[in-house]
Design a protein. Structure first.
Length: 296
């Protein structure tokens, strides 16, 4: 089974271009299942696996306290693994065919309101060291709904200041074009002209945002900067980069943007992922109704 897992992970990397993290997560799920099969039932061949063995394994993991979201990842990994084996002719039937995904309670994403976003941005002193960089980073996170990894990997040649467009490489190496708002463009222009040149070193690449050593910003460092700037702004909310992405989508929807357009800008492969923001907006509508309607 280990050989088949190796071949499958290579397929994920080469044929489907999926991220290193996805490959590692899938390999871990499949390897742990293979080890369990060997230890519990002395099974070494994927052809010997039945739906009964899989459900027994999943029940074991659930009893061990594994969350439904983690069990869902295992089920997905097993399903796509056996579809791969079936297509190759390694197995004659897919034991996961009747296996259903566990139901997961969906939590509405947290968001900042527009005044809180304004408070966060205006609290950044752009005359202080790295103030221009940090303001430009947070402006861009909110203006374009970028993931933190997309911000860290954003490159100079992919930013068109005249068109106010940024080419972004997202999950699965998929490229998309996102608009950049006027305020974010102004913040980027100020940083690129006045502060970035001071950060350049011999190790500098073409990334837009640089660390104090002149190297590419790490995602962890971006997190730290956003948290620090939020503390200094006096916001009581738990502010993190993805919260700005949620706020971006929620504010667009609240101001009348089409859900399909928001899906494109966020880089969601499935519209159902974007639809969670409709629930956030409904929550806000209900709150407004309760507050202002005389018979609410």
């Amino acid at each position: 089974m280990e050989d088949e897992i190796d071949a499958f992970v290579r397929h994920l990397a080469v044929e489907r271009g999926l991220s290193d993290n996805y490959q590692l997560s899938t390999r871990r799920s499949l390897t742990e299942f293979a080890q369990w099969c060997l230890r519990r039932h002395s099974l070494k061949n994927p052809r010997e696996v039945t739906i009964d063995f899989i459900t027994e394994y999943l029940a074991d993991r659930k009893r061990a306290g594994l969350a439904a979201s983690s069990i869902k990842l295992i089920v997905v990994a097993l399903k796509i693994f056996y579809r791969f084996l079936l297509a190759k002719g390694t197995v004659r039937r897919d034991p996961t065919e009747t296996l259903s995904l566990p139901r997961i309670e969906r939590y509405l994403p947290e968001t900042l309101n527009e005044l809180q976003v304004e408070q966060l941005l205006e609290a950044i002193n752009t005359c202080a060291p790295l103030g221009l960089r940090d303001r430009a980073m947070i402006e861009l996170l909110y203006a374009s709904g970028l993931r933190v990894s997309e911000l860290a990997n954003a490159r100079l040649e992919n930013f068109n200041a005249e068109e106010r467009i940024l080419r972004v490489i997202g999950k699965g190496n998929k490229t998309r074009l996102v608009p950049v708002g006027r305020k974010a463009c102004e913040a980027l222009a100020a940083y690129l002209s006045a502060e970035r040149p001071k950060l350049v070193s011999r190790r500098t690449g073409n990334e837009i945002f640089l660390s104090t050593r002149g190297t590419k910003m790490t995602t962890v460092r971006v997190w730290q900067i956003v948290k620090k700037r939020a503390r200094h702004s006096g916001l009581e909310a738990n502010v993190y980069p993805h919260l700005l992405r949620h706020s971006f989508a929620t504010h667009l929807l609240g101001n009348g943007a089409d859900l399909r357009i928001i899906q494109e800008m966020l880089g969601h492969a499935d519209i159902s992922t974007t639809q969670v923001y409709t629930h956030v907006d409904q929550q806000r509508l209900k709150a407004v109704h309760r507050k202002f309607h005389p018979r609410a």
